[in-house]
Design a binder for this molecule. Structure first.
Ligand SMILES: *Cc1c(COP(=O)(O)O)cnc(C)c1O
Length: 382
């Protein structure tokens, strides 16, 4: 094993310096725990940014990936493969959508949605929410609110941004010229903002009224994260397009855009594509993830453990606790960047989304004891 300090130096000389990394070299994981190069154990309440929902190295996922890797890894979309069809059917069934387009990341699922809107409606205007995060590629970046992310890369086809959780603002902004409204059902990167119950319903009505499409970005909220299979279920609203990624393939890179059949019909052969997308290996991983979520009742578990996490955090008397299932944000008076570093030394991986906000997005397999230990550590640190 390479020495950590040596590795950090070599990283700084060999890799684009676009990431701010914590001072730790991770080598192994199991469930909600990971271990570093010194053998020290950490409780992982970041889960690869809401990715490792079934826990690290779940034996069913390892087995499915190993088996498929030995049979066939990649073929391209010039040919048929079974897993891709099985996964599309599974995702359509779970979401009530009709067609799946596979890609390799969250940002790519947004790009696919943008192209589909353009192709299907001929309209280019998109309404997005303030604080929204939809990814870093040029199209997705144009819908991402933080101006520090957008500024250096202008010009972009920027979205028209409206305050989140404000139905009246949507009614004003969305016109006959709007191609689509895109919303996160819970804003994750912003620091976990849960809208009022009727907000998505209003968005749906406004879109129907003005002839715009409704895109729900469930990249972070999908696959049980919020205590439902998909966060849209909390409101009962059915969008026209759903974007997925993060937890979808258990840590292997995969995204998907799902759409209603009539809308999907706007894409003709050759309109979009990707060399790697929906390959047999990645689809085997995603099928295994979905199976584990079902078998282990992880959607239900997310709801129960999320309630526990929230109520334990409330006891710390923070400024505010927000969340739904196992996506929870806490506003504190403390410097959260510093707190994240201190927590690391205490064996807890946690992430701050702002100077005064911590985000908790542990694997859905997390136990009560693990939750209590993390909250105790945070309590001691503040
Ligand atoms: C993470 C995220 C994205 C971008 O996904 P990448 O895989 O990093 O490109 C888009 N939308 C939401 C809501 C996200 O949380």
């Amino acid at each position: 094993m390479m020495d950590k300090r040596d590795l950090m130096k070599r990283e700084s000389e060999s890799i684009f310096q676009t990431y701010g990394r914590q001072d730790v070299l991770l080598v192994r994981g199991r469930g909600a725990r990971v271990w570093d190069s010194d053998g020290k154990e950490y409780l992982d309440f970041v889960a690869g940014i809401a990715v490792n929902s079934i826990g690290h190295c779940h034996p069913k996922l390892v087995e499915a990936v190993s088996r498929q890797a030995a049979a066939l890894i990649h073929t391209s979309n010039l040919y048929y493969t079974e897993n891709q069809v099985l996964l599309a059917e599974e995702l359509n069934g779970l979401t009530g959508m009709e067609r799946a387009y596979f890609c390799n990341s969250g940002a790519e699922s947004i790009e696919a949605a943008l192209k589909l809107v353009r192709r299907g409606t001929g309209k280019e205007r998109i309404v997005a929410a303030e604080r929204a995060f939809h990814g870093r590629t040029l199209g997705a970046l144009a819908l991402t609110y933080k101006s520090a992310y957008r500024e250096p890369f202008r010009p972009l086809r920027e979205a028209q941004f409206v305050p989140y959780n404000n139905g009246e603002a949507l009614k004003e902004a969305v016109t006959a010229k709007t191609g689509a409204v895109i919303l996160e059902p819970v804003q994750g990167e912003a620091g976990v903002y849960v809208p009022e119950e009727d907000y998505l319903r209003t968005a749906r009505d406004v879109c129907d009224d003005r002839g715009a499409l409704l895109i729900l970005d469930e990249v972070q909220t999908g696959f049980g994260r919020t205590g439902r299979w998909f966060a849209k279920e909390h409101s009962g609203v059915q969008p026209d397009i759903i974007c997925l990624a993060k937890a979808l393939a258990g840590g292997l890179p995969m995204g998907a855009m799902l759409a209603r059949g009539d809308i999907a019909g706007a894409f003709q052969k050759g309109d979009h594509g990707s060399t790697f997308a929906g390959g047999p290996l990645i689809c085997a991983a995603a099928l295994a993830v979905i199976e584990v979520i079902k078998e282990e009742g992880l959607v239900e578990r997310s709801r129960e453990m999320g309630a526990r996490l929230k109520s334990e955090l409330e006891k710390l008397k923070p400024r505010e606790v927000r969340g739904l299932g196992l996506i929870v944000g806490v506003d504190l008076d403390s410097d959260c960047k510093e707190l994240v570093e201190k927590a690391l030394r205490r064996g807890v991986l946690i992430n701050n989304t702002g100077e005064h906000t911590l985000r908790f997005i542990p694997p859905l397999v997390v136990t009560e004891e693990e939750i209590d230990r993390v909250v105790a550590v945070i309590g001691e640190l503040i």
